[in-house]
Design a protein around this ligand. Structure first.
Ligand SMILES: Nc1ncnc2c1ncn2[C@@H]1O[C@H](COP(=O)(O)OP(=O)(O)OP(=O)(O)O)[C@@H](O)[C@H]1O
Ligand SMILES: [Mg+2]
Length: 235
């Protein structure tokens, strides 16, 4: 498979007053096109930092972040932002949806950020929200809101979806529906996915499991056969 992202010897230092935190310590990782990577690790191990620097949301201290060969770490902030808007989708633990817009309008916001001409209705159907199209966010369950945020991210057909604890706020049943939605998108559009989680069961839905500790990758496990979200142990 072709390489989508190459993370090369990346370190990230945070300075807060006199305190220095080495959030990432010489991390290297290749992500292939269409691959689902799951990043596991204890709190504070650097998972979110890795996601943020890989997606260009945050700067690195040293190293390289290559997308199809281009080092985005060298891009200006402006160029980085437009690269992100065009190519990357984000899903967070909290859904960051616009409360005063309905489902359709929230997804439309996503499509206008990118260059995708897909029918917003098609995307809403893909995530299984056709019946809820005209509802406002407070009229939806947590799992439904998370699927709106997936649809919004998907509306621009991103090359890569970055998901930070996408089921962290959800119970098992709704969490598994959200994971099934992500798998379906990966299968339909070959979207590359990087999923950060505390939940070791979720690791089984992907192709590769990356374990982090103290800012380093301590283990990389190839998962030969993806497990269906319905069949994974929860927590
Ligand atoms: N903006 C920041 N300023 C200073 N230190 C930071 C900042 N963001 C993260 N850190 C530190 O970097 C380290 C890694 O944090 P990170 O958020 O990547 O961990 P994590 O693995 O995502 O944890 P969690 O599972 O709790 O979300 C931690 O020690 C954290 O305190
Ligand atoms: Mg985190």
């Amino acid at each position: 498979m072709e390489k989508m992202i190459e993370i090369k010897d990346v370190s990230k230092l945070y300075k807060a007053g006199k305190e220095m935190t080495k959030a990432l310590d010489h991390v290297s990782l290749d992500v292939k096109k269409g691959e689902i990577i799951v990043i596991l690790g204890p709190s504070g191990s650097g998972k979110t930092t890795l996601l943020n620097v890989t997606s260009g949301l945050d700067n690195i201290t040293s190293g390289k972040i290559l997308y199809e060969g281009n080092n985005i770490a060298k891009y200006s902030d402006h160029k980085k932002t437009s690269f992100r808007k065009k190519n990357l989708g984000f899903i967070f633990q909290t859904y960051n949806l616009l409360e005063h817009l309905n489902v359709y309008e929230n997804v439309l916001v996503g499509s206008s950020l990118g260059k995708n001409n897909d029918n917003v209705t098609d995307i809403i159907n893909t995530v299984g929200l056709e019946k809820h199209k005209h509802k406002y966010m407070h009229e939806l369950s947590g799992g439904e809101q998370q699927r709106v945020s997936i649809a919004r991210a998907l509306a621009k057909r991103p090359k890569v979806m970055f998901c930070d604890e996408p089921t962290g706020a959800l119970d098992e049943k709704t969490g598994k529906i959200v994971l099934e939605t992500l798998i379906k998108i990966n299968e339909e559009y070959q979207t590359t996915m990087v999923i950060v989680t505390h939940n070791p069961g979720i690791a089984l839905i992907g192709d590769r499991i990356i374990k982090m500790n103290s800012g380093q990758i301590i283990e990389e496990i190839v998962n030969e056969k993806r497990t269906k979200p319905q069949d994974i142990p929860w927590g």
